[in-house]
Design a binder for this molecule. Structure first.
Ligand code: CA
Length: 526
């Protein structure tokens, strides 16, 4: 916004005013947040599939958002799972302090969340889409949330008056976008706004919209080098997990087989006509798969290709959503005064180590994409290097809105970094603690620095250390190598410092659910 500021000349009695551009102290905020979108499947990043994504135009709108603003190369979560990450975003606290250590738990009563702060500061606020925090309800002026994981088609929604069953017909990513734009159109235009548009996609079971059924059908997705990882060089947790494409990815639900399946997924609510479109698109593929009788590595390779295609098709629809929001802001003249942020609740494995899903402190799952456009503040094309974490989002949003960040948060505003001024005492490491146990991933806490990842799998008292400079794919723990003895001592001290700073302790661990049968939690994995 342009503000007319009297110049020093007028104070001196010289009749002149100077018009300068100054950032609005209360810019609008649009936070687009997706579910399980890996950083490596965004063209604008420099990650494994970025070149592929650029070439195939998987994320053209996210790429244009990044080009007009900046992206964070070192953006991390503190607990790589849906509900815990969302709770950390809202509260500015690590899991052990906000009550959401496990999947689908509510935020502890009385814990501060940032949207209420913005609302009280005069913003119009809304949450639309995926929420996944059990009985916790948004404190925004307007909210419509998906129950639990939500569905890919004809979604139920929950609002202040209860559940709206199949209130909206169509593909969920598109419906949520329609609702977001509708809310923007009918908002009180005298106030700044903060919209959280939170997609279910591209979460498992990766059901794409009809318009992308055939897209990428004849394209080969690059395989990761570690697709057939045997986990030698790591401890028992990597051997004991149950999140492998080869073993745990299901042919029927995840890969939409067999040919005559009534439903291509547990979340499917297709009409007969929509199901006919599905069969027309996927029937021939399924028939040729049945004839090929693939086994062993060839079967895994096929699964990887088909999983990735559906995953990217879902992402393409999310990217369409981003494009529609950007176009709307531009058409309404709001783009110059609106901070647009894109992020996802954690990273995801796209075949690296043979895996899908997330949960680990390892690279693909601890990273979160974070792209931000803030006209007049963030220099176009900036690649931010400082380490930020999901616990920082709440303070950052309050800071951007010109509000007062409360005391006692674990996170810290990185608005100064956006403005080009990284504080001298900015963090050099991030703390991580995973508890849930789904997919048989063992509990662990650890620390990630610019060069190292140190993890403690404390149920079996196993330690791992990775040197990211020499082993970026984390194939071999060097914890026991004498050359790293000093590093281990230093990192353990740093980890202990962080555990004290955040007041984490073994007494705070929730009951261990890992002994339960894993099938239910795997099916519902977030
Ligand atoms: Ca998620």
């Amino acid at each position: 916004m342009r503000r007319i500021i009297p110049s020093i000349l007028s104070i001196l009695g010289i009749s002149a005013i100077v018009t300068i551009a100054a950032p609005n102290p209360h810019p609008n905020i649009v936070f687009i947040f997706s579910d399980d979108h890996s950083l490596q499947t965004i063209g604008a990043y420099d990650a494994r599939l970025s070149e592929f994504c650029k070439k195939q135009k998987v994320t053209p709108n996210l790429d244009r958002l990044a080009a007009a603003g900046g992206l964070f190369v070192n953006s991390f979560c503190g607990n790589s799972l849906c509900s815990p990450s969302r709770a950390s975003v809202l509260t500015g606290l690590h899991s052990h302090s906000n009550g959401v250590m496990l999947l689908d738990h509510p935020i502890a009563p009385g814990v501060w969340t940032f949207p209420g702060n913005l609302r009280d500061a005069g913003y119009q606020t809304a949450v639309i889409g995926k929420w996944h925090l059990a009985s916790t309800r948004p404190t925004t002026d307007y909210w419509r949330i998906l129950p639990g994981q939500g569905t890919y088609w004809h979604p139920d929604l929950i609002g202040p008056d209860g559940k709206e069953k199949e209130a909206h017909k169509g593909y969920t990513t598109d419906i949520l976008t329609d609702m977001g734009l509708d809310w923007l159109q009918h908002r009180d235009k005298t106030k700044p706004f903060m919209l959280m548009l939170q997609h279910k996609a591209p979460h498992r079971p990766w059901i794409p919209p009809t318009r992308y059924y055939q897209w990428l059908a004849d394209v080969k997705i690059p395989e990761p080098e570690s697709l057939f990882d045997d986990y030698s060089g790591r401890g028992s947790p990597a051997h004991n997990q149950k999140m492998e494409i080869a073993k745990q990815m299901t042919l029927n639900e995840d890969l939409k087989l067999p040919v005559n399946a009534k439903s291509p997924g547990e979340n499917n609510r297709m009409t007969d006509a929509e199901r006919a479109d599905w069969q027309a698109a996927f029937g021939p593929r399924n028939e040729s798969f049945a004839k090929a009788n693939l086994q062993g590595r060839e079967l895994t390779r096929w699964k990887y290709q088909e999983y990735m295609k559906d995953y990217l098709r879902c992402i393409k629809a999310v990217d369409d959503s981003v494009g529609r929001v950007l176009d709307y802001l531009k058409a309404e003249g709001l783009d110059g005064n609106t901070v647009v942020i894109y992020s996802a609740d954690q990273g995801f494995y796209n075949g690296e180590h043979g895996w899908f899903d997330k949960r680990w402190i390892y690279e693909e799952s601890i990273h979160m994409p974070f792209i931000v456009r803030w006209p007049g503040v963030v220099k176009p094309g900036t690649r931010f290097i400082p380490m930020v974490q999901n616990i920082d989002y709440a303070a950052t949003f309050v800071d951007i809105a010109g509000g007062k960040v409360p005391e006692g948060l674990h996170g810290r505003s990185f608005a100064p970094i956006l403005r080009g001024q990284t504080p001298a005492d900015w963090r050099k490491s991030v703390y991580y603690h995973y508890y849930d146990g789904g997919h048989s991933v063992a509990r662990h806490y650890g620390v990630r620095t610019d060069r190292y990842t140190l993890a403690h799998f404390y149920q079996t008292d196993e330690w791992e250390l990775y040197d990211l400079q020499k082993d970026p794919q984390q194939m071999r723990s060097v914890y026991s190598q004498p050359a790293y003895a000093k590093t281990v001592v230093e990192l353990k001290a740093e980890l202990e410092r962080l555990r004290k700073q955040y007041k984490d302790s073994p007494d705070l661990d929730p009951p261990d659910r890992s002994k339960k049968t894993t099938s239910a939690s795997e099916k519902k994995s977030s």
